[in-house]
Ligand binder design. Structure first.
Ligand SMILES: Nc1ncnc2c1ncn2[C@@H]1O[C@H](COP(=O)(O)OP(=O)(O)O)[C@@H](O)[C@H]1O
Ligand SMILES: [Mg+2]
Length: 250
């Protein structure tokens, strides 16, 4: 994807984020800015703190220090309900798919609608929203199936549909293509692109899949040693002579 206009509004801002577990200093002053409408890819080695960073961002982990602002709100100052409300604007696609195994596809998609009644009010007939979300991922026919009846790629797509059903402004993807075969991975990338086009969402994409990064990123950050070691477009970073940066593209 092409570079992105940096003049747009900042929608997420992380400053000097630090987080350690015991003497394992995972994040050591990480900075990040997500601009409205852009696809920002964060790459980092396994265990470098990508998931920890995302958990801090959605309030699942508490940072040791630093500030995190989502849509101009400092999340550390938000009350439980406010954080919950903000979460309807920030869709999160977990590593793996994390569908509820005991629920049908329809019930999995209804779940966020029933939990967050504030955004849409109480919806008596959820079918149109469920169908729209499923059509977005090309899986309308699976509405009455159980997760165990779906392939890994289908589960990932249903999980994306479940994220989209709340019409978030921002989507966080944690390793969206990991564990999928190359063809299915490509399908997921195409879906992510079509979602951005259709809903004009901003996305933070965590991945170590170089093909995914190339296809989807307007801009990239490389997370090394707990900091944003390098930033730039895919083409800028891949042309770098720095061995620590080159290592990502081998
Ligand atoms: N709840 C936790 N307790 C202790 N250590 C953790 C916890 N969560 C993550 N870590 C450690 O933090 C580091 C970064 O983890 P993570 O963010 O999951 O890596 P990745 O970049 O692969 O997503 C790892 O060393 C991991 O063991
Ligand atoms: Mg991870």
């Amino acid at each position: 994807m092409e570079a992105f206009s940096k003049n747009n509004k900042t929608i997420i801002e992380i400053k000097d984020l630090k987080k350690s577990y015991g003497d394992n200093q995972v994040l050591n002053g990480f900075d990040m800015r997500l601009v409205e409408g852009e696809n920002l890819v964060i790459m980092g080695k396994s265990g470098s703190g990508k998931s920890v960073m995302i958990k801090c961002l959605i309030g699942l982990e508490e940072p040791d220090s630093g500030t995190i602002k989502v849509m101009d709100k400092d999340i550390s100052t938000l009350k439980h309900e406010e954080l919950d409300e903000l979460r309807t604007e920030v869709g999160f696609l977990f590593q793996g798919s994390a569908l509820y195994d005991s629920m049908t596809v329809r019930e999995n998609l209804e779940f966020p609608l029933r939990r967050h009644t504030k955004k849409f009010g109480v919806i008596l007939d959820t079918t149109p929203l469920v169908m729209e979300a499923l059509e977005n991922v090309g899986l309308a026919k699976t509405i009455d199936l159980m997760p165990e009846e779906l392939s890994g790629g289908m589960k990932r797509r249903i999980a994306l549909a479940r994220t989209l059903i709340l019409q978030p402004k921002i989507i966080l993807y944690d390793e969206p293509t990991t564990g999928l075969d190359p063809i299915t991975a490509k399908e997921i990338i195409l879906l992510m692109q079509s979602v951005q086009k259709k809903y004009n969402t901003s996305a933070l994409i965590i991945t170590h899949d170089v093909d995914c990064a190339r296809a989807i990123s307007n801009r990239m950050i490389l997370l090394v040693d707990g900091i944003n070691y390098a930033e730039g477009t895919f083409n800028e970073l891949i042309a770098s002579k720095d061995p620590k940066i080159q290592a990502f593209f081998k």
